[in-house]
Design a protein. Structure first.
Length: 456
């Protein structure tokens, strides 16, 4: 029996990519103010900035697009998607949104107030920003192993239940709900165990607090449970997914991840208690509740994609892809978050650039170096994304300096990964020549998207 795990699909349509020269990339990065977000996609060879909405849709999804009902209200495409989501989640009350951050904005605006506290294993960038914009404190309570890149643990995305319990006892009146993110994007795409989800739900319920899941990568999390958690090795992925959702009172999702689409998101709730407020905010910001900022064709593609994203052969290939790149980096002596997550490999920039001061943003510097060396675009998960410049001019810094290489679904082949591994190894060899940066211009929220930098 062959041991090589192949891509479980055939390629039906292709898009050319352009190789640039090192001098070209130097000019392009300077013009982008040393911020890879500002690069044109046509100037990127391998684009691993994000897996959000950047993947390839299947022939079934493209066929479903032709079935889209573009009626403003009550479109059949909405009811088709509603049926799929109700089946997967076991929750009755659903509204679509145009993407995940919109789902967060709608739910948080409807439910939260200034002075609230929301615990999570780790809030990702838009989740944190949407809460903080409302004056809500976003607390990260991941287990200690989740902040240690080199530490091996099967479920580094688990939330620290003792810290949650202490928070509930000390500040329970300030907590509108508890959250958990599956998988934990901030901490390396690390999964959360079923036991942890179950115990967290029980703890929140004992204090009368609803449990909201951020489920962007719920299928990948379910596959990790199947592979790593005793008792689930013979359980179908959909059954694992349904059990995960059974413990929650609601969920938000950017469907641009495990929904396998280029745009879309949703809110789904067990109880109707919050739905009037949710629908009111939705109508003001996204659109009528049966389209929520999406075309009918997008709703159709998502209904198919949610099912395709739970296919076990696809998920096994998906997780193995990250593991494969991790093995190549291990052989090259490049440190990364271990074990590899589901959607990305996270390089530990502080080990690649051990002598670079944190004030020079090592992960940001490494991102720039990867682009300059080989045209690869990743994203910094470090002190530019999660740090802050305070009123007195001082900076707060993040606990980890990571470069996330996030893989669009069903897009790149093994040769692309082999090329990337070679580029990363070359960058490590040239680490002493990598330059840090300083921020010259930044917005008050989500500064990493639009900030401008200069070489130190």
């Amino acid at each position: 029996m062959p041991k090589t795990l192949i891509e479980p699909f055939r390629i039906k349509s292709v898009e050319p990519i352009r190789m640039t020269t090192r001098p070209e990339r130097e000019q392009l990065l300077e013009a982008a103010k040393l911020n890879v977000f500002k690069l044109r996609a046509e100037d990127v060879l391998i684009d691993w900035l994000t897996d959000s909405g950047t993947g390839a849709m299947s022939s079934r999804q493209w066929g479903a697009i032709m079935e889209g009902d573009e009626s403003y209200a009550g479109a059949r495409s909405f009811y088709r998607l509603e049926k799929v989501i109700q089946d997967i989640t076991g929750m009755q009350f659903f509204v679509p949104t145009h993407q995940g951050r919109a789902a967060e904005k709608v739910l948080f605006t409807a439910v939260c107030k200034k002075g609230d506290v929301v615990p999570n294993n780790c809030h990702f960038d838009t989740t944190r920003a949407n809460l903080e914009y409302l004056g809500v404190e976003a607390l990260d309570l991941v287990i200690p192993e989740g902040l240690q890149p080199a530490t091996l643990h099967p479920f580094k995305g688990n939330i620290d239940l003792e810290r949650v319990d202490a928070l509930l006892k000390a500040q329970g009146e300030r907590i509108p709900f508890g959250m958990i993110t599956v998988t934990n994007n901030t901490g390396g795409g690390q999964p959360v165990s079923m036991a942890n989800i179950r115990a967290y739900a029980k703890l929140l319920k004992s204090h009368g607090k609803p449990f909201i899941m951020d489920v962007c990568r719920f299928s990948e999390n379910a596959m990790f449970i199947k592979m790593r958690e005793p008792g689930y090795e013979n359980t179908p992925i959909k059954t694992i997914v349904q059990e995960m959702f059974s413990y929650a009172d609601g969920a938000t999702m950017s469907a641009k991840k495990d929904g396998m689409v280029n745009i879309g998101g949703f809110i789904v709730l067990k109880s109707e208690e919050w739905m009037d407020a949710v629908r009111n905010v939705l109508i003001m910001t996204e659109g009528f509740p049966t389209y929520g900022g999406l075309a009918g064709r997008d709703l159709e593609a998502l209904a198919v994609g949610l099912e395709e994203g739970m296919q076990e052969d696809y998920l096994r290939y998906r997780l193995r892809t990250a593991q494969y790149l991790g093995e190549r980096l291990e052989a090259a002596g490049v440190s990364f978050v271990k074990p590899t997550g589901g959607h990305a490999v996270y390089i530990d920039a502080r080990t690649v650039l051990p002598d670079m001061p944190i004030a020079h943003y090592p992960a940001w510097a490494l991102c720039n170096a990867l682009y300059l060396e080989g045209g690869i675009r990743g994203v910094e998960i470090g002190s530019v994304m999660f740090g802050k410049r305070l009123a007195d001019g001082t900076e707060t810094y993040h606990s980890m300096e990571l470069v996330r290489l996030a893989f669009p679904r069903r897009m790149y082949t093994q040769s692309h990964f082999d090329y990337a591994a070679e580029v990363i190894a070359e960058v490590k060899e040239k680490a002493a020549s990598i330059r840090g940066v300083r921020i010259t211009k930044q917005p008050p929220f989500l500064r990493h998207f639009t900030c401008e930098c200069a070489w130190v």
